[in-house]
Design a protein around this ligand. Structure first.
Ligand code: HSE
Length: 445
């Protein structure tokens, strides 16, 4: 059979990796796909650099629309990123009847509904394994391997930059700002790291996993997003003393009231495997009613790990592109006619209705009755305490200090109730600084 013809839009880190892995493993890939997969066109504004990567093996152009307009191209791989030109080009490629492979989580998390609808109308595939957790085949696992299950929850370390920063903060006892600068110097963090450190990148990824897990449309606008910028070395140290690690988790969970969809730093018991995922590595735990907890671990970014996911999508397309569209795997795992409408039976819950447990760090005057007052306010709000740790004032504020940190772990409670209790506690004259609240996830069942 004639090799399937691929056009790459953008040949940076991932595009270069895709080109070289396809070259290196072409025989093996052909044996799996049943036909060859050839990158025959590449569009990149930097045509010189593109030529230095592909040599004479592919035609290089500066204008992506030349690729889309070429009738010989079967699949367009979008590796430009962002919501701007990438969105226009993906929609144009679909309109031209091309299958699309993309690593663009931001685009799909925000505009996925429009893009998947356009693809369904045109009978083409939009594949995005590389958009979530890089080389880990988590989309395949959720969409196909776990298809028998009613998924209960998904929790993942799905941003390598922030996991690297948190690992360094823990190893070296340093604060966030210091580690971020070091990570930028070493090239682990982007010059503008906002999407990573504010949790937006992780929220894009968990939004996609939530849709596939529960059969709901992509709803990034409903995700709760909190990054790691407010974490202090002290929180990491106290968490450790209580048997926990702090990780930036993307969490999506089925509850009786609806779907939780959230990204925030979380205390995770140190004994859980996912708590021990260090550096820039990614890991995702999926809990299904039949299978129980399953864990997926690997590189979430980088040239060849991400290329591994892009090429897996190309192989799927090579195998299925002549199949009746109804016999292909639906892009969001559920048949599009069976997705629960946004706000329908499975609404994404507002954060006030999320139920979780908490770590609280409260800077107080070290005087009689302070702890009793705070625990009284928590009790009035129906919040049950799991553990309390009080540091010696000297240890916290230096010799002769009259301030100390109270660390309180709570049992599960509604976030709205916790918000109200914290507002009251914050108003106490003996509470001397903004309270640090970090959610805690046991991830036990
Ligand atoms: N910037 C992401 C990370 C990789 O740090 O994991 C691409 O999604």
């Amino acid at each position: 059979m004639k090799p399937i013809q691929v056009g790459l839009l953008g040949i940076g880190t991932v595009g270069g990796g895709t080109f070289s892995v396809l070259q290196r493993n072409q025989d093996e890939i052909r044996r799996r796909a049943g036909r060859g997969i050839e990158i025959s066109m590449v569009a990149d504004l930097d045509t010189e650099r593109a030529r230095s990567v592909v040599g004479d093996k592919a035609k290089v152009v500066a204008d992506a629309r030349e690729v889309i307009g070429n009738p010989d191209i079967d699949v367009v791989v979008e590796l430009i990123g962002g919501y701007g030109i990438a969105k226009a080009l993906v929609l144009e490629a679909i309109a031209a009847g091309k299958h699309v492979v993309t690593a663009n989580k931001a685009l799909l998390a925000v505009h996925g509904t429009e893009i998947f609808k356009a693809a369904a109308e045109k009978g083409v595939m939009v594949s995005y394994e590389a958009a979530v957790a890089g080389g880990i085949p988590i989309i395949k696992a959720l969409r196909e391997g776990l298809t028998a299950n009613r998924i209960q929850w998904v929790a993942g370390i799905i941003n390598g930059t922030t996991n690297f920063i948190l690992s360094e903060m823990r190893d070296k006892g340093l604060d966030f700002d210091v580690v971020l600068k070091e990570a930028q110097r070493l090239g682990y963090a982007e010059a503008d790291p906002t999407f990573d450190i504010e949790g937006v990148d992780a929220a894009h990824k968990v939004t996609l996993m939530s849709s596939i897990a529960f059969g709901i449309p992509v709803q990034f606008d409903k995700a709760y997003v909190e990054g790691i910028t407010k974490l202090a070395a002290a929180d990491i140290k106290y968490a450790e003393q209580l048997g926990y690690r702090i990780k930036l988790l993307g969490i999506t969970k089925r509850t009786a009231k609806g779907i939780e969809l959230r990204v925030h730093p979380s205390l995770v018991p140190a004994k859980r495997l996912i708590a021990n995922v260090e550096g820039a590595m990614n890991a995702v735990v999926v809990n299904g009613d039949a299978v129980g907890a399953t864990l997926y671990y690997g590189k979430g970014a980088g040239s060849e790990p991400t290329a591994s996911a892009v090429i897996a999508d190309l192989v799927d397309i090579a195998r299925l592109h002549e199949a009746d569209p109804e016999h292909r795997v639906p892009p969001l795992a559920f048949q599009s006619s069976s997705l629960v409408a946004a706000g329908g039976d499975l609404p994404v819950l507002p954060m006030a209705d999320v139920v979780t447990s908490y770590y609280l760090r409260i800077r107080v005057s070290d005087e009689a009755g302070v702890l009793a007052k705070i625990t009284g306010l928590l009790a009035n709000a129906g919040i049950s305490i799991d553990a309390v740790l009080q540091r010696e004032a000297d240890e916290v504020g230096g010799e002769g200090s009259t301030q100390t940190d109270l660390i309180i772990l709570t049992h599960d409670t509604r976030e709205g109730d916790m918000d109200r209790a914290l507002a009251e506690i914050q108003g106490l004259p003996t509470v001397l600084a903004p309270i640090n609240r970090i959610r805690k996830e046991e991830l036990s069942n």
